[in-house]
Design a protein around this ligand. Structure first.
Ligand code: XUL
Ligand code: CO
Length: 523
């Protein structure tokens, strides 16, 4: 084993490490400053008067306007109110090309360095290992607001309204983004994509109108990886939805899930997610936990029945998270959720959507949660993101840690992939990242990181040293007595007889540092 080089049979292309790569993207403001600077500099040499300089700058702006596809229909101003039209003249992302694979030595921020959709790794195309999806709520509804500060993102297509027309225009932006990024999937909550009305009927009608439009824009290639119902923002859900102490809220939540499942099905969605943001408690003193858990199980049973009734073949997924916004969320982690499903006889009907940042909030690694789900035959989807080791909440950052991505991909490969699930980027830009192109850079970086993780996982698997180390560690069970133990045929009398016969057992090294060395050498 010591002579084998784990990286010598890499299935992925090699090239310059992008380690010293320097970000060369400049913001729109900087571009204008540079334009002004460049033009004034050349004017100095041409000895122009200030008024002529101003005129020229004006002209240059008009030219740039034309190149960008004309003026927006509404100004990028959150106070403005012109949301009566879904039209948008020209592209939403002018100047951003279709993102292509250029290889690890590329310095182009708007190109993939590692994600090469058609490249076959371990017998499957990269795009099929990942099935990457864009999360509508972060990418198109994320404003950058936090509890201490106002929104920071002034996307040029937003007009400050929450109208149906604005929802449709935003949907156009979504599909242009998806097309340019080159992915086939998107994820949504019902309330991200269409506004609430005065009544449930009106709300459903708004949703139908936007969904009809989304179906048209999706074409034949793009589909939802999953849809879900947003049961946490509205004040009616302050005690939860399925676990609310109020029957009327339980019924309202059921009506909302019913509708969200119908539209996911209508759009050709492959999965449906339950994330119980407020399905938990703030204090046990005023909570009947047993009754709430029973209610949640009945709610999920009804969802299974309705899924079958409407012929929705997608997988139902539960997304564990330990807390936030509640102090305790019932779907704490993969093991807790698996136990809940087993107790209520729902184990064959659901899989899990593991989110890496939720895993770390629960005190686990993402790798641990993926393995727990996988070993229970419950690994259905991944909400790809990461937290910050110094921040104790759900920061929803794009994953850029290659070691972490490699561990994630080891689990995914062992699972044989995730289909009909995939990787949803449940991740958002930092509040301070405010350029439209940052949306692309963030997704490209996340996709490249996971692609590197896949390449590394393939190297580790093809090399075989790590698997061999693990196999050797348990080799004592590859014996006659080991087989009796593993098939449940070794009783305590037999084991005592062996222990007396053998005396003190020899306990070998776990070789953890060697395992870490092999792992590191593949990164
Ligand atoms: C919240 C979270 C949600 C779910 C969908 O932490 O992850 O966005 O993924 O409701
Ligand atoms: Co999530």
């Amino acid at each position: 084993m010591a002579n084998r080089n784990p990286v010598s049979r890499s299935p992925c292309r090699t090239g310059l490490s992008p380690k010293y790569w320097i970000l060369m993207v400049i913001s729109e403001e900087e571009k204008e400053v540079r334009l002004l600077h460049d033009s004034t500099a050349s004017m100095r040499t041409m000895k122009m008067k200030p008024v002529e300089i101003l005129l020229l700058v004006l002209c240059l702006n008009i030219v740039a306007f034309g190149v960008n596809g004309g003026p927006p229909t509404c100004p990028a101003n959150l106070e403005s109110d012109c949301g009566d039209s879904d039209e948008w003249k020209g592209e939403f992302f002018p100047g951003i090309p279709k993102i292509k694979y250029e290889g690890p030595s590329s310095k182009n921020p708007l190109a993939f360095k590692w994600y090469n959709a058609e490249e076959v790794i371990l017998g499957k195309k990269m795009k099929d290992w990942f099935r990457f999806s864009v999360a509508f709520w972060h990418t198109f509804r994320g404003t950058g607001a936090d509890p201490f500060g106002a929104p920071t993102k002034n996307w040029p297509w937003e007009d400050g309204t929450n109208s149906v027309a604005m929802a449709k225009r935003r949907m156009r932006a979504n599909f242009e983004f998806i097309d340019k990024l080159g992915v086939d999937w998107w994820c949504f909550h019902d309330r991200d994509i269409a506004p609430d009305g005065q009544t449930l009927e009106e709300t459903n009608a708004n949703l139908d109108e936007v969904v009809e439009f989304a179906k048209e824009l999706q074409g034949s290639k793009i589909r939802p990886l999953w849809g879900t119902a947003q049961l946490f923002l509205h004040p009616r859900y302050m005690h939860g939805g399925a676990t609310s102490s109020e029957l009327g809220v339980y019924a309202y939540a059921a009506a909302q899930v019913k509708k969200a499942m119908e539209v996911t099905h209508y759009l050709g969605g492959e999965n449906y997610v339950f994330w119980g943001g407020r399905e938990g408690y703030q204090s046990l003193l005023n909570t009947d936990m047993g009754r709430e858990l029973d209610h949640m199980a009945r709610f999920l049973e009804a969802a299974v029945a309705y899924k079958k009734k409407i012929g929705f073949k997608g997988t139902l997924l539960i997304e564990p998270k330990p807390q936030e916004p509640t102090k305790h969320q019932y779907d704490w982690d993969a093991a807790t959720t698996a136990n809940f499903l087993r107790k209520y006889g729902l184990i064959g009907e659901f899989k899990l959507n593991i989110e890496c940042n939720h895993a770390t909030l629960a005190g686990h690694s993402c790798h641990h949660e993926l393995e727990t789900a996988r070993l229970n035959d419950l690994l259905g989807n991944i909400d790809a993101n990461t937290g910050d080791p110094q921040i104790g909440w759900d920061t929803d950052q794009f994953l850029t840690d290659i070691a972490e991505a490699t561990m994630v991909m080891q689990s995914v490969v062992k699972n044989g992939g995730l289909a009909p699930g995939g990787f949803n980027f449940d991740a958002k830009l930092r509040r301070e990242s405010t350029d439209v192109e940052d949306l692309f850079i963030a997704h490209i970086s996340g996709m490249d990181t996971l692609a590197r993780g896949l390449c590394n996982a393939a190297k580790i698997i093809e090399d075989g040293s790590l698997a061999e180390l693990v196999r050797k560690r348990y080799a004592s069970f590859d014996t006659e007595l080991g087989a009796l133990i593993e098939t449940g045929k070794a009783d305590f009398e037999l084991l005592e007889k062996k222990a007396l016969q053998w005396g003190e057992p020899k306990v070998p090294s776990a070789k953890q540092e060697l395992a870490e060395m092999i792992f590191q050498s593949a990164l």
